[in-house]
Design a protein around this ligand. Sequence first.
Ligand code: OMP
Length: 312
Amino acid sequence: MDNAADRLIARIRSVGNAVVVGIDPRPSQFPAEIRGRFPETRAGVAESMRAFSEAILDVVAGLVPAVKFQSAFFEEFGPEGVAALHQAAAGARRRGLFVIIDGKRNDIGSTAEAYARGYLGRPPVSEGEGPSWDADALTINPYLGGDGIAPFASVASERGKGLFVLVRTSNPSAGDFQDLVADGKPIYRHVADRLVEWAGPLRGESGYSALGAVVGATYPEQLAELRAAMPGILFLIPGYGAQGGRATDIAAGCDAQGLGAVVNCSRGIIFAFERPDLRARFGDDWRAAVSFAVREMVDDLAANTPMGRLQA
Ligand SMILES: O=C(O)c1cc(=O)[nH]c(=O)n1[C@@H]1O[C@H](COP(=O)(O)O)[C@@H](O)[C@H]1O
């Protein structure tokens, strides 16, 4: 079974950047062309989310290595929304993208097993049935400790899948609990240190583990501290763009070759057509604005972080 970190790094090398396009579909912001096509019923909005996601995937496939689907926006619309997520994730895989489902799941070990089988493995159904979700990677929450992580790590190892564990989140209240000091170090450092232990058995040929960490772009000091404390751990870095994180803040999250991190941007890319400068430039061609925003982010990261070395 191949290793998810190796697979993601191979895609990063092949496209020359480590941008993750975040698909966080907010229907009220969809282009009129898509909004006008579907009724405002639950099923209609879910259909519009599928159509919008597919259009974004058409634009970004071949430009970036990975996409991250924010499950919340799909779950909001019930079973129809979840079905739209399922179809969109399958569409991303068909286009050769590495698919991260952002569900921030976890629970007690025996329940976590079901999440792990569901998102990354196989449910107990007859052989002819495929996996339920077949994501390449899932975001998970470490609050329950080691027995909540173990089932995910075991399925990830068996099935060549990846995990991103919340270590230092990007939100304003991140420090409420994560910064509390226990036994001489903040909680996020405890999580980081345990994660390094959990990640060891999932290390791939690239030197990076399939068990990675979520570290926000909005706390650059902690990002640099965690990079030094967590060699061999891939970082999923959200917070670029709409939350204020800049490329210069992210630079310390990479290794000397420009590897070691993938950088998510959701609103800043998928709704780039709302920007007055891009509206003036591309008019109603909203896909062109999205494509421009991806290239702009790639260039920004290449110019201001070691990720420029990925283009060599
Ligand atoms: O796990 C995540 O992806 C995540 C962790 C975190 O600390 N901060 C964070 O913003 N995210 C997610 O990353 C995305 C950020 O979206 P934008 O702010 O629109 O780029 C959203 O889907 C968030 O739920």
